[in-house]
Design a protein. Structure first.
Length: 67
């Protein structure tokens, strides 16, 4: 398991790489300002309309593309 400082550093680098510095900052500000429950969001959005086999297929595909 990654320690907290390393995880925060990795997460911020991912956000910066994907969103750019300004939008990464805006994203963090939104998380701090708005109540956000990732677990509920994931249930309602990430796998919405997918059955277990479809989720497993997506996980396998991701694993193959990101070894």
């Amino acid at each position: 398991m990654t320690n907290s400082a390393a995880l925060l550093d990795r997460g911020i680098r991912c956000l910066n790489d994907e969103l750019g510095i300004l939008d990464a900052e805006r994203f963090v500000a939104l998380l701090l300002r708005e109540p956000f429950d990732y677990t509920e969001w994931r249930k309602d959005n990430l796998f919405a309309g997918m059955n277990l086999d479809e989720i497993i297929d997506q996980a396998d595909k991701y694993h193959k593309e990101h070894p």
